[in-house]
Design a binder for this molecule. Structure first.
Ligand SMILES: Nc1ncnc2c1ncn2[C@@H]1O[C@H](COP(=O)(O)OP(=O)(O)O)[C@@H](O)[C@H]1O
Ligand SMILES: [Mg+2]
Length: 232
């Protein structure tokens, strides 16, 4: 894990993202300034259409700003080509998705080991590290279960183990409790809380203000603008 506690891990400077559909231009993010310090647990909260997914894609290096600058873990993202972007994504970010995005008909162990393949980690070490990550999430007795043989809450814990296995500087979670019942959702938020207490930086994207309350700090998006920006 890079990003010493207390250092800046995310810095957005005057970031805008304007979708050009050919016919019209849709401003999805407008002049966003935000800073996240290493070790923080931050929620980005806003209603449907406010720009959350656009923000997630930019923070996750899946998309680039139309204007402005994104600095992730000391690296100006606009200076990277697509390979560089893929590398920083795989090295620095663990993603957790609403719909888990696990490989079907594939064991929990193989699912969690998969991101290490892109980092060239040898197979034996991949499986050892995946097993340890699953054990930490209380799934030691589910290593060889496939996603369809697990509950939603268990699948999301596999998803979180997969996000953690690369020891990323940042965990980026997009509506991670959106498909879970309230009990499993609360467990996942508790898990994020524990991970954060161990020093993980977590950015949680949600439309649900109750979910956002699990974080230490919430920033609010509305019509592509941040309402309560901390000056970057
Ligand atoms: N690929 C796209 N092309 C054009 N407009 C888009 C595209 N993606 C999103 N938008 C628009 O950008 C705005 C923000 O969308 P989005 O980031 O998906 O919001 P949220 O995730 O908060 O619902 C919306 O007005 C949406 O219609
Ligand atoms: Mg969205």
């Amino acid at each position: 894990m890079s990003g010493a506690i207390g250092g800046t891990i995310i810095k957005l400077q005057n970031v805008s993202r304007i979708y050009d559909t050919g016919r019209i231009q849709v401003p999805a993010l407008l002049d966003v300034n935000m800073r996240v310090t290493s070790g923080e647990f931050v929620a980005i909260v806003g209603p449907s259409g406010s720009g959350k997914s656009t923000m997630m894609n930019i923070l996750g290096c899946l998309d680039r700003p139309s204007e402005g600058r994104y600095i992730l873990d000391g690296q100006a993202v606009d200076e990277l080509d697509d390979d560089g972007l893929a590398r920083i994504r795989s090295r620095s970010i663990g993603f957790v998705f609403q719909s888990y995005n696990l490989l079907p008909r594939t064991s929990a162990l193989e699912n969690v080991a998969a991101p290490l393949m892109y980092q060239g980690v040898p197979r034996k070490e991949r499986l050892q590290r995946a097993e340890r990550a699953l054990e930490r999430l209380g799934l030691a007795d589910r290593l060889h279960h496939e996603p369809s043989e697990l509950s939603g809450g268990q699948q999301q814990r596999v998803g979180i183990a997969r996000a953690l296995v690369t020891e990323p500087a940042l965990i980026l979670a997009d509506e991670p409790t959106g498909n879970l019942d309230s009990h499993s959702g609360a467990e996942v938020l508790e898990l994020f809380h524990d991970l954060n207490a161990l020093g993980r930086t977590i950015v949680l994207i949600t439309h649900d203000v109750e979910v956002a309350a699990a974080a230490d700090r919430a920033v609010h998006l509305r019509d592509g603008r941040l309402q309560d920006a901390v000056p970057a």
